[in-house]
Design a protein around this ligand. Structure first.
Ligand SMILES: NC(=O)c1ccc[n+]([C@@H]2O[C@H](COP(=O)([O-])OP(=O)(O)OC[C@H]3O[C@@H](n4cnc5c(N)ncnc54)[C@H](OP(=O)(O)O)[C@@H]3O)[C@@H](O)[C@H]2O)c1
Length: 169
């Protein structure tokens, strides 16, 4: 089972503002859905705060096994699995036969899994000062970037973006 990370951040590494995404970038949300759903059955691993941030209509994220990391042993939800530690999240995804396990944030969950992934799907949102939650410190010199796509501003996309994949050297 492949384990991948997906994140959108501004030019300073910011990923969140007051419990939500700081921007409205429709093309990025579509890409997120397409990549994380994939062709088979995949898992998404998120922090409890990110789970709380999802609108009811998007919770659970459809067609994917939703795994929520929480230290609260009483946390439970009919539509998601809960995991107390990173290895447990991976174990659940593997046991359910997932082909790919996507680490989808937020900040605390990226920090926990960064050393365990070999591929990061990154959308850079070309703005700064977006909010107060950040991606962890990341040694980009140890990774190789492949640029995939750039998108421009339009009525559904607040900022210009660059989508690239980063593979560990
Ligand atoms: N730009 C992006 O791509 C992106 C993606 C996802 C999220 N976000 C944004 O990121 C922000 C949320 O990030 P965040 O860092 O505040 O929260 P988070 O990572 O979503 O969730 C934090 C929670 O995860 C649980 N947790 C943390 N470490 C754990 C561990 N070692 N073992 C088990 N559970 C653990 C805890 O839950 P309990 O408190 O229940 O114990 C903790 O409160 C939001 O603004 C969201 O919109 C952005």
């Amino acid at each position: 089972m492949k384990i991948s990370m997906i994140v959108a951040m501004d030019e300073d590494g910011c990923i969140g503002k007051r419990g939500n995404l700081p921007w409205r970038i429709s093309s990025d949300l579509s890409r997120f859905r397409r990549l994380t759903e994939g062709d088979g059955f995949n898992a998404v691993v998120m922090g409890r705060k990110t789970w709380d941030s999802l609108p009811d209509s998007f919770r659970p994220l459809p067609e994917r096994l939703n795994i929520v990391m929480s230290r609260d042993t009483t946390w439970s939800h009919d539509d998601a699995e809960s995991a107390l530690y990173p290895g447990r999240a991976i174990e659940i995804a593997y046991a359910d036969g997932c082909e790919e396990c996507w680490i989808i944030g937020g900040g605390q969950i990226y920090e926990m899994f960064l050393e365990h992934v070999d591929e990061i799907h990154l959308t850079t949102v070309h703005t700064s000062n977006s909010g107060e939650v950040f991606f962890p410190v990341w040694e980009r010199k140890n990774w190789i970037e492949t640029k995939i796509e750039e998108t421009e501003i339009d009525e559904k996309n607040e900022f210009r973006t660059t989508y690239s994949t980063w593979k560990r050297k």
